[in-house]
Structure formats: C-alpha cells, structure tokens
Write a protein that binds this ligand. Structure first.
Ligand code: C2E
Ligand code: CA
Ligand code: CA
Ligand code: CA
Length: 277
C-alpha cells in the first residue's frame, strides 16, 4: 500500500508539473498573441424572434494558436484575467467589434448593433468610460449601437461603485445588459438601481424549457418587463424553445437554431441573405 501511495504521489506531482508548465507556456504565447494578430472575433447573430431578422450580434473572442489551432475563450480568458492581459485583450476586442459593426452599417445595415462581453477587471477600471468613448470616436460607431454585457457577480461585489460606473456608461448612451442572468448571485433588491437596458436569460434556463421546466425562464421574462427592460434569450437550439419564448413575450434571442458564432466574413453573408423563420 505504501509503495502504491508513493507512486501515486509521483504521478500526481509530475502531472501537476506538466500542467503548470503548459500554463506558463500558454501565458507566454498569449502575450505574443495580441502583437502577432492571432486573436480574432466571431459573431453570433441576435434575432428579432417576431420577424426573424438579424438585429445585432454578440462578439466572441477566439485565439488562432499557431500550434494548438482555434481556441475558445474558456481556454484563455481566465488566464488573461489572472495575468492582467485581459485589459489589452479587452480593449482590442472592443475596438475590433465596433470597427466591424460600423463597417456593416456602412454596407447598408444601418441599425445593426453589437454586444461585447466585459470582464471584471475591465469593468473595475475607472478609465473605462473614457476608453469606450475613445473607441467610439475612433471607429465612428454611435454609442447606441454598442451594448456591454456584464455578469451579476461583477455587479454585486460592490453595488455602489458598479452603479456609478454604469451611470457613466449609460449617460454616454451605451447600452447595458446583464449576461447569464439567474446563474450568479444576484440581489433582486439592487437590480432596480442599475441603469440597465436588457436582461439576458441564461442558456441553462432556455434548455430547461425543453424538459418541461420553464418556471425560471418565464419568471425572468416577467421580471424584466416589470423592471421596464428588454429581454433576450441565449442558447436557443430548437423551434419549440423559440416558440415558447415568443409566446411569453421574449422578443429577442440567439442560439444554434439560427446560427453558431461565425467569422466576420460569414456573418456578412448571413446579413445579406438570411431572415430566420
Ligand atoms: P457567454 O457570454 O455566455 O457567450 C455565449 C456562449 O455560448 C458562447 O461560447 C457561444 O458560442 C455559446 N453558444 C451560443 N449559442 C449556443 C447554443 O445554442 N447552444 C450552446 N450550447 N452554446 C451556445 P464561447 O464563444 O465559447 O464563449 C464562452 C464565454 O467566454 C462567453 O460566454 C463569455 O463569458 C466569454 N467571452 C467570450 N468572448 C469574450 C470577450 O471578448 N471578453 C470576455 N471578457 N469574455 C469573453
Ligand atoms: Ca455574453
Ligand atoms: Ca451568456
Ligand atoms: Ca456563459
């Protein structure tokens, strides 16, 4: 038994070393990724469920890693948060998304909006409003065409500071949404204090609709309307889910039923072709 214990221990440490080494490697690679233009954005259409028209997109970051291929954000955003690289990455994402959306507007899709995810560190940066306004000036995008997605935990950790930061953004005309709504710790007491435009129903509640458990999805839609907010559902994968959401007056949605996130070129093609029925 002793023998085996020791072997297990050795196995465990070499496994840890390997993972630590991989992490350090990834961190070094990520530092270079921005300079070497390895980051890119994919865009997932946001649909007006009543008409099937594309009204906007959510920009989602990807990393074209030279050896590992196309990496999703879950593989590098947490690392970027821990190392502080998220500030530079976040600024790049914002600029790229606004520039691309402005381009599509100029190609004839004048009302198209874009949603960008903000990390905790970005949101806590007191220069955020100035940085966002500079990006809007640089790219020529109107503030009303930009929506920033924030998570509940990010808002609830320091409510007063969050309210003030959001007020500055909101007064500049930028739209604000709570992402993954219902999955984080959220005090409903404070919700009315935030200058919000939308709640985003988390995918898990949309998924539950199919399993005959629609209580949370319905409650979030009602709550949003009671608060005078728009509501958008994410992770719509089936027509019955979409129909249910529409029946309960959730008018916007995104998900694989319509399209996965796609490259800017493919999104352009979707814009020119598609109305989703
Ligand atoms: P999120 O903001 O909740 O984004 C939605 C995720 O759900 C995306 O994963 C998207 O590809 C996926 N998705 C969309 N439709 C469906 C569907 O119908 N079914 C299923 N099963 N999944 C669907 P992705 O692109 O891997 O992004 C993961 C997370 O990474 C995002 O979750 C967001 O929190 C974060 N993220 C992405 N881009 C950025 C960024 O630029 N900055 C920051 N700070 N975080 C980002
Ligand atoms: Ca999001
Ligand atoms: Ca989400
Ligand atoms: Ca999520």
């Amino acid at each position: 038994a002793k023998e085996r214990g020791r072997n297990n221990f050795q196995f465990f440490t070499s496994d840890m070393n390997l993972r630590l080494q991989q992490r350090l490697e990834l961190e070094n690679d990520l530092r270079k990724a921005l300079q070497q233009n390895q980051l890119l954005l994919h865009y997932q259409p946001q649909i007006d469920l009543r008409s099937g028209a594309i009204v906007g997109s959510e920009a989602l970051v990807r990393w074209q890693h030279p050896q590992r291929g196309l990496l999703g954000p879950d593989l590098f955003i947490p690392l970027a948060e821990q190392t502080g690289l998220i500030s530079d990455i976040g600024r790049w994402v914002l600029h790229e998304a606004c520039l691309q959306n402005r381009l599509w507007q100029q190609q004839g899709f004048a009302d198209l909006a874009v949603a960008v995810n903000l990390s905790a560190r970005q949101f806590q940066n007191l220069q955020l409003v100035e940085e966002v306004l500079a990006v809007l000036r640089d790219t020529g995008l109107a503030a009303a065409a930009l929506e920033l997605e924030l998570t509940e935990s990010l808002l609830m950790s320091d409510v007063q500071t969050a309210v003030e930061q959001m007020q500055r953004l909101s007064q500049a005309g930028i739209r604000l949404a709570i992402d993954d709504f219902g999955t984080g710790y959220s005090s409903l007491n404070h919700l009315h204090r935030f200058p919000l435009d939308r709640l985003k129903v988390d995918r898990s509640f949309v998924q539950s609709i199919a399993q005959q458990d629609s209580t949370i999805a319905r409650s979030i839609i009602v709550l949003a309307h009671e608060l005078g907010l728009e509501v958008i559902a994410e992770g719509i994968e089936t027509a019955p889910q979409r129909d249910f959401l529409l029946q309960h007056r959730c008018h916007f949605g995104q998900g694989y039923l319509f399209s996965p996130p796609v490259s800017a070129a493919d999104f352009g093609a979707l814009l020119r072709q598609a109305v989703f029925s």
